[in-house]
Design a protein around this ligand. Structure first.
Ligand code: COA
Length: 232
């Protein structure tokens, strides 16, 4: 296991959230047609605080699915502090208010990417699930890993995590179930000219989209402040 999960060293006594939370979670998902173009950008050091905000806002059930146990706030924060943006790849989707609504971490088995293997971890905020963001992040991570020369990808999935298992299977992974836990494994094809150009284009568009959102947010924040002054 690489670093998309927090090692607890204790698989027997996992802090497992109550079933009621899982059931409540399922009610949140409102199916809707997937968004056509999802601006997924790679995240660097200056996004660490927003990554922390995103992961800390996950409820215990989501944390249990994401990390393999119901990680407490300090454990989530330690994971975020330990993210190595030089070695690994972190992708994110921002909404109009520049809130990080979905993110994925692709951790490599070694600094040398060629022939390395990788581990994928993902989370999407509850109110935007069912729009295809999880699947798009998986596809983007696969494309990036291929372009880096990585040969395989793993996802550690709890067997009850239907959504993640669907994403992995649809993405071509074979899933091996071992009781409560499953391992999704995907053997990656070598990069092609198309995967390389597509990734460059997608990243470019996502960066432009982010800049547009940032400027728009700045405008509306300033407008809001001026409105308050005018009302005085
Ligand atoms: C798993 C997770 C990332 C999925 O995100 P998402 O954006 O809702 O996923 P998608 O919209 O791409 O949906 C993928 C598939 O799962 C299905 N799905 C989504 N939520 C589901 C649920 N609660 N139960 C069953 N299926 C579900 C979708 O309908 C879709 O299937 P389809 O392609 O047949 O339509 C999200 O639920 C999450 O963040 N969970 C907590 C963290 C986690 O489990 N991480 C994965 C382990 S690393």
């Amino acid at each position: 296991m690489f670093e998309t999960t927090i090692p607890t060293g204790d698989t027997e006594n996992r802090d497992r959230p109550p079933i009621a939370l899982a059931q409540a979670e399922e009610k949140v998902v409102v199916p809707r047609p997937p968004d056509l173009m999802v601006p997924i950008r790679s995240l660097g050091e200056n996004h660490r605080d927003r990554i922390a905000e995103h992961l800390l806002s996950l409820n215990p059930q989501d944390r249990y699915f994401r990390f393999g146990f119901a990680a407490k706030d300090p454990q989530v924060q330690a994971y975020v502090n330990g993210l190595n943006f030089e070695r690994d790849e972190v992708f994110g989707i921002y909404n109009r208010r520049l809130k990080l609504i979905a993110m994925a971490h692709l951790a490599y088995s070694s600094d040398k990417r060629i022939s390395a293997s990788s581990e994928f971890g993902v989370s999407v905020l509850a109110h935007v699930r069912g729009r295809g963001y999880g699947a798009r992040l998986f596809e983007r991570a696969v494309m990036h890993a291929r372009n880096e020369g990585v040969t395989s990808m793993y996802v550690h999935v709890l067997s009850e995590n239907t959504a993640m298992l669907k994403i992995a299977r649809r993405g071509g992974a074979s899933v091996v179930r071992d009781g409560a836990e499953s391992e999704a494994y995907l053997s990656l094809m070598p990069a092609t000219f198309q995967t390389q150009v597509t990734e460059i284009m997608e990243e470019h568009l996502a960066q432009a989209n982010y800049r547009f959102k940032a400027q728009s947010k700045q405008f509306w924040d300033t407008f809001g402040r001026l409105q308050k002054v005018w009302r005085l």
